[in-house]
Each structure stands twice: as C-alpha cells, then as structure tokens.
Design a protein around this ligand. Sequence first.
Ligand code: NDP
Ligand code: 8X3
Length: 252
Amino acid sequence: MNKTVLITGATSGFGKAMATKFAGANYNCIITGRRADKLKEVAEELIAIFGAKVLPLVFDVQDKERVFEAIESLPTEWKAIDVLINNAGLALGKDSFENASLDDWETMIDTNLKGLLYVSKAVIPLMIARKSGHIINLGSTAGKEVYKDGNVYCATKFAVDAISKSMRIDLLPNKIKVTAIHPGSADTAFSNIRFKGDGAKAAAFYEGYEPLHAEDVADIALYCASLPPHVCINDLVVTCTAQGSASLFYKD
Ligand code: NDP
Ligand code: 8X3
C-alpha cells in the first residue's frame, strides 16, 4: 500500500521539489499552500508525470481555525498520514534589530513558528492513533547560528530546532520519528520574498558560488523518510560546499 505524505508550502521551492520526489517514490501526496492556482499546477504535474494520487489543500498556516478545519476535512483514506513535512515558511527583511519591521517579525513568528505548531497539533493525533508517523521540520542554518540582521528569522528557526527536539522526546512512546533538516543557502524564491521582490538583491545573495538547489534538500527529505522503522535521523545540517557557517561563504 502506498504511503501518504503531507507537505506544507508545496507551491514552490523545497516543498514543490519534495512533492515531486515523494510522488516519484509512490507516495500519495497531500500538498498545501495559500496559492490555489500554483497548488493546482503542481497537482496536475504530479498526476501527469507519475500518475500520483494528489490532494491539494489550500490554507494559510497562520490561520489556526482553517488549519484544523482543513485536516479535519480530509477523507478518511487520506487521514493515514505517514510523513508530515512542516516546510512552509519565510524570511521577511534582513534589517538590524532597531530598523526591522514589527509586521515582518509577526508574520515570520506566525508562519514559521505558530503555523508549524498548528499543523503539527492537527496531524499528530492522527499519527498517535496509528502509533506510527514521521515529522520532518524545516529549520535552517539560521536556527543553529545567528547572523547579522537575521534577528527574528533566526529566532524562529532556533525555535524550530527546539520544538523538533522536544517533539521527539514527547512523541517517543507513540513511535513517531522527528527529524529536523537545517539547510543553508538554497536558490528558491526565498531571497526574492525576503527582499520583497528586489530581484537584484536576491540574485546578489547567490552570486559567486553554487548554492543548494531545492532538489538537493528534497532528496535528503526522501532519504530520511526511507530509513527503516528503528532508524531516525534526528538533526541534519546541510549546506552547499561553498558555505562554511551560517554567514560565511567562499565566493569565486
Ligand atoms: P519558497 O518561498 O520557495 O517556498 C515557501 C513555501 O512556503 C511556499 O510554497 C509558500 O506557499 C509557503 N508558505 C509561506 N507562507 C505560508 C503561509 N502563511 N501559509 C501556507 N504556506 C505558506 O522558499 P523555500 O522553499 O526556500 O522555503 C521553504 C522552507 O525552507 C522555509 O521554512 C524556509 O525558511 C526554509 N529554508 C529555506 C532556505 C533557503 O535558503 N531557501 C534555507 C533554509 C531553510 P504559498 O505562497 O503558496 O502559501
Ligand atoms: C535560509 C538560509 O542563510 O538565507 O534559512 O538565512 S539563510
């Protein structure tokens, strides 16, 4: 029987690449995001390429009621979620503490931290009922080391690190694995969003080195999910070869 994965933020970047890898590995895919048109495109692609079973669910992870409604609304056969990938997230702005925008901070906290908590709270009871499951949380190298002007983005990813560790301990009796994947710089829409559509600034961030690509991180997520039941990768930091710390890059 096929396994089922639920991936938040599957309209773009890591989430879309993970949906492609997992569909290619015969997973049934619940894909989520706010942009219904993009989600439909991804679903159609996965069905056309792999003949995959795909269920698109449109919701904003910041909206607590909607998150619970969406998970509750899943048809029974889709409620057997084997793997939950908490991937939806963003950085907004890269400004010093005194100049950063409170609205940006709140959006990052509401999405990267509270959104991850809401989705996890909605899905975990389904895993507990089956005494089985795997939660993969997307942290960041920014959740391992702070860097200049990273302030609240870093704080949300440090929180993902802490939550992943504590989830793992709390969920041990239910045989639920928890993996945190912490990538460094990757060339998704991430920087374009962080710099609010300033394409030149976003492009400059990736200049002079080859960053990770979304597919690299997706391969890793699929690998983590493919290990036998008694093996769990707890914490995995991955950077491109040119990145030596959260903020140090060797640029040609
Ligand atoms: P993208 O911008 O390409 O993708 C982000 C995804 O998150 C989109 O599918 C977006 O969907 C979804 N999303 C954002 N906000 C919300 C929301 N409020 N509700 C639901 N979905 C939301 O970026 P990445 O793929 O790079 O980012 C994915 C994750 O990886 C994030 O958590 C990011 O912090 C983390 N990360 C990224 C790194 C990088 O360098 N790229 C490195 C380390 C970690 P939609 O807009 O349709 O809602
Ligand atoms: C994203 C990685 O280095 O842009 O989490 O903060 S970085």
